[in-house]
Every structure is written in structure tokens, then in C-alpha cells.
Design a protein around this ligand. Structure first.
Ligand SMILES: [Zn+2]
Length: 127
């Protein structure tokens, strides 16, 4: 095994650990969403606790947001693992330039360089 293989194995271990953590977080969030949905359905519609209900809805919406965010992170981590497998890890998915090693160190699942990431976020905010 050469040095590159060792580095690859190290990154893979890091990504797989991160993936497992994200998936278990998502399971927790989804489970609590599910319980909440069931509690809401069981709640009589003529209930007097309108205020409580509203705050629960707000809480649920924010949980939905975090579930969506977790799914996105999981997809990114899986993509980074794919790239590791086909030898394109560390290369920006968009412009094909190398991703800053410091960025990869801080964010092993990064598949875009900082410039493309900023561009993507800018586009997302516009929509
Ligand atoms: Zn790029």
C-alpha cells in the first residue's frame, strides 16, 4: 500500500464515520417527526390548545428543514465516497480544479471548491 492508498483509506474511514452519524441523526429526526404527526392526528380538532398546536407546527417545520439538510449532507458524503472510489476525490465537481486541501481537511465531504460552492449557494438563495 502506497502513501496515497493510506491517505485514501483514512479519508474513506472519516467519510464513512460521518455518513453513519448523519444517517443515525436522520433516523432520530424522522422518528420524532413521525411521532409528532401521529400526535397531531390524534389531537381533537376542536381542541382549545391552539397556541400549543401552533408552536408545535413551527417546531415541526424546523425539524423538516433539518431532515432535508441531513439528507443533503448524506448525499454529499455519499458523492465524496464515490469520488474517492473513482479517483476524482479532491477535484471540484463543477469546474474540475483541485479543491483547497485545507477545505477538504475541514470538510472531508466537500465536492465543490469554495468558488463553486459560493456560486451554488448564491443560486440557491435566488430561487
Ligand atoms: Zn469549482
Amino acid at each position: 500500500m502506497g502513501q496515497d492508498d493510506e491517505i485514501t483509506a483514512e479519508i474513506r474511514a472519516k467519510l464513512e464515520k460521518q455518513l453513519a452519524r448523519l444517517q443515525s441523526e436522520l433516523r432520530v429526526v424522522e422518528k420524532s417527526l413521525d411521532l409528532k404527526n401521529r400526535a397531531d392526528m390524534a389531537r381533537p380538532s376542536f381542541g382549545k390548545r391552539v397556541g400549543d398546536y401552533t408552536s408545535e407546527v413551527i417546531e415541526r417545520v424546523s425539524k423538516d428543514g433539518s431532515a432535508r439538510n441531513l439528507r443533503k449532507l448524506i448525499a454529499e458524503t455519499e458523492l465524496a465516497l464515490d469520488k474517492l472510489g473513482d479517483g476524482t476525490y479532491g477535484i471540484c465537481n463543477d469546474c474540475g480544479r483541485p479543491i483547497n486541501p485545507e477545505r477538504l481537511e475541514a470538510l472531508p465531504a466537500a465536492v465543490l471548491c469554495i468558488d463553486c460552492k459560493r456560486k451554488a449557494e448564491h443560486l440557491q438563495n435566488k430561487n
